[in-house]
Write a protein that binds this ligand. Structure first.
Ligand SMILES: [Cu+2]
Length: 121
């Protein structure tokens, strides 16, 4: 009798450990492990895209926010996507699709360049 109840306690303890270990997957479904789409933020300030290299996946959204007085754009080098003009204090968002062109620049200030590292799964 005692042996069985000890085993039951052990099984319950192990079950709760397993539940605790897997809980973060359900608490943070957007953190990558489940592959859920994410929202990434790129700040434009001092005539730079920050970060200049950003890891994304198809299905993710990128939001660019312009902190400069000058207007900017985020535009694919091959022109396949473009936020259009982003005025001071404004944001524009774009959905990352399959075969998304990774390198981009600002049409008004072509020296401003950045790139996306697009993970394919
Ligand atoms: Cu610009």
């Amino acid at each position: 009798m005692e042996t069985i109840s000890r085993r039951n306690i052990l099984i319950r303890a192990m079950a709760s450990l397993v539940a605790m270990a897997s809980a973060p997957l359900f608490v943070h479904p957007a953190r990558g492990q489940t592959g859920a789409p994410k929202v990434h933020h790129v700040e434009i300030s001092g005539f730079k895209f920050k970060p200049e290299v950003l890891a994304v996946k198809p299905g993710d959204t990128i939001i660019w926010t312009n902190q400069d007085i000058a207007p900017h754009t985020a535009t694919a080098l091959d022109n396949s996507w473009d936020t259009g003009t982003i005025a001071q204090g404004k944001s524009k968002k774009i959905l990352v699709t399959r075969n998304f062109s990774p390198e981009y620049f600002c049409r008004f200030h072509p020296q401003m360049q950045a790139k996306l590292q697009i993970a394919l799964d």
